[in-house]
Design a protein. Structure first.
Length: 579
């Protein structure tokens, strides 16, 4: 009877996840609550995830990733990397390789977000199509995340579950690299040979002057009154341009010789990075929408994910300003730009919203909007130096801690403590950085995994087929295939969480260690290359690159084959490395 109850809870969760109705955390928690209510699990077993070392480690790494993303410190080095690409024979490979390596230690979503607009502009200015570059960018970030345990939250979900199911495991931060690095090298070679297969769709009416632009308002002060636009340093901005000005309630076009007067209201068009650039121009005060004061504005970008409750709704109907404390300044959807009064705009999946808030740090966490970048006034030189120091210190501490045998949890605790001492992070970052939805999924998944192990449901379901698995390689292939199919049907986090208990049983019959099984699940859950909806970065580039779902299938299918082949060939030989 307990086995049937557990099977029913798992099927209910799986059907709910596949249907897309409700958030994944609700289905996991509902299944866990049902198992507790029906007596399959005790209360300590149902809530064991709250004290799981892997779960706590994941929570702290979320805080670190949020702090790095919110700092904006990645913008300059990644922008410099892109600028050098045009002058080197290595071409776009010089962007893809570093992006993958950076993604091994930092969340890949902000990395793609930082490069999305510059790459699109860079491609169009070269007379090329952004669709030739943005999809490989997303794939490079995904594959880079498979190099380490901290590269993607999917790996951390597996790590957290394995810590509870097999406490004696010997996984370390760099265990996935044995498969991830060969896959990265194969991907770079594949891109070099197959980039001509990527679609070449240059957006209609695209021009260097109008590429994913946003409106930014500013006023001048007395220090530059009487100067021309060129003399004030507003003629050759890198991130945008001065579009027009409002003087005495009249809108005027501007040129290089236009003289500025007190109380002129300036409207700039450009990428969101223009906020930081304008904050460094003397006499220019970026202002908040609808106000005439010189108070610095706080802007952030957010993408509408698949399954968001906002899809098909208007900002006015859902009370967007009241719910989020923010105003939608503009919307980018594929090649279309929407400005002005957006209260009646119907929100769509993949929309890139530029939002204005009273404070860049008060935007409430939400599963319906994924915040990408926050754009505000530039940091002081001292703050930037401390920030870059901490940015470089994180991978150093991870590598050093691994070599010394220090648990990842201790490394993250020490890093956060040092961040607080140097005032790079604040205690409030704890709540803002934790992804409550993912945290809840992991806690619920641990409860389900405990129920599967306790009732031996995995043995009961898989025993009729165990005799068919005659080798370790076949066991790896079966685990990979099952987990990959689940990833495409639901989401990578949910697939990894649901499949790991069953994968461990298959691995035991095939003679695989728990480490081998875990790495196989990690690789399969991150092999999301054939649809735009299975991975956040794939969705981010959908509109910006003017892609169609078929483009993902065509370019991504060989990568799925490469990933499955490399995992099947390498993982069975990993005991030589582990022990």
């Amino acid at each position: 009877m307990p086995q049937l109850i557990t099977l029913g809870a798992l099927m209910l969760a799986l059907i709910g996840l596949y249907s897309g109705r409700g958030r994944p955390v609700y289905w996991f928690f509902g299944a866990a609550a049902g198992l507790y209510g029906l007596g399959v699990l005790t209360l300590p077993e149902a809530l064991s995830g709250l004290v799981n070392e892997g779960v706590v480690t994941l929570a702290l790494l979320m805080v670190i990733a949020h702090r790095i993303q919110a700092s904006g410190l990645l913008n300059r080095p990644l922008d410099t990397l892109l600028n050098r690409t045009s002058h080197h024979s290595g071409g776009f490979l010089l962007v893809l390789a570093p992006v993958a390596l950076i993604s091994a230690f930092l969340n890949n979503t902000p990395i793609v977000a930082v490069l999305l607009h510059p790459i699109r502009e860079w491609a169009i200015r070269r007379g090329d199509a952004p669709s030739r570059y943005l999809l490989p960018l997303s794939y490079a970030a995904i594959i880079g995340g498979t190099l380490t345990l901290v590269g993607t939250s999917t790996n951390l979900v597996v790590f957290g579950l394995l810590t509870d199911l097999a406490p004696g495991h010997q996984l370390n931060v760099f265990s996935p690299v044995w498969v991830g690095l060969p896959l990265l090298l194969v991907f770079l070679l594949y891109y070099g040979m197959a980039k001509r297969w990527l679609p070449k769709r240059i957006p209609v009416n695209a021009s260097p002057e109008r590429v994913t632009e946003f409106q930014i308002h500013a006023q001048i002060d007395a220090s530059i009154e009487g100067l021309s636009v060129a003399e004030a340093g507003l003629r050759h901005l890198k991130q945008g341009y001065l579009y027009r000005l409002q003087r005495a309630n009249e809108w005027q076009q501007v040129g290089a010789d236009t003289r500025l007067k007190a109380d002129d209201r300036l409207v700039f068009l450009g990428s969101p990075g223009l906020i930081q650039e304008l904050s460094l121009v003397p006499g220019i005060n970026v202002i908040r929408q609808g106000q005439s004061t010189g108070e610095p504005t706080h802007l952030l970008e957010a993408i509408v994910p698949v399954g968001s409750a906002l899809i098909g709704q208007t900002a006015r109907a859902i009370g967007f300003r009241k719910r989020y404390g923010a105003v939608i300044v503009s919307v980018a959807h594929q090649t279309d730009q929407h400005f002005g009064k957006l209260g009646e705009y119907n929100i769509q999946a993949g929309d890139l919203l530029l939002l204005e808030t009273p404070s860049s740090q008060t935007f409430p966490p939400s599963a319906d909007l994924t915040v990408l970048n926050r754009h505000q006034s530039a940091h002081s030189t001292a703050d930037q130096r401390r920030g870059y120091f901490m940015l470089l210190l994180f991978p150093i501490m991870v590598v050093g801690g691994t070599l010394m045998g220090m648990p990842l949890l201790k490394v993250t605790v020490l890093y956060l403590a040092l961040s607080f001492l140097l005032r790079v992070a604040q205690p409030a970052d704890f709540m803002r950085g934790i992804d409550v939805q993912l945290f809840g999924i992991l806690i619920g998944a641990l409860a389900l995994a405990t129920a599967v192990e306790k009732t031996q449901l995995d043995v009961w379901l898989l025993s009729p087929f165990m005799g068919l698995i005659e080798s370790a390689a076949l066991g790896v292939l079966v685990i990979f295939a099952l987990c990959w199919v689940m990833t495409e049907l639901i989401t990578n986090h949910s697939a990894a969480a649901l499949m790991l208990p069953f994968a461990l049983s298959i691995g035991q019959v095939a003679g695989l260690s728990v480490e081998q099984v875990a790495i196989t699940v990690m690789m399969a859950a991150s092999t999301s290359f054939i649809t735009p909806f299975g991975y956040q970065t794939n969705l981010m580039v959908l509109s910006a690159g003017n892609y169609r779902p078929l483009d993902y299938l065509k370019f991504g299918t060989p990568l799925v084959i490469f990933s499955a082949t490399l995992t099947t060939l390498i993982v069975p030989r990993l005991p030589v490395i582990f022990y």
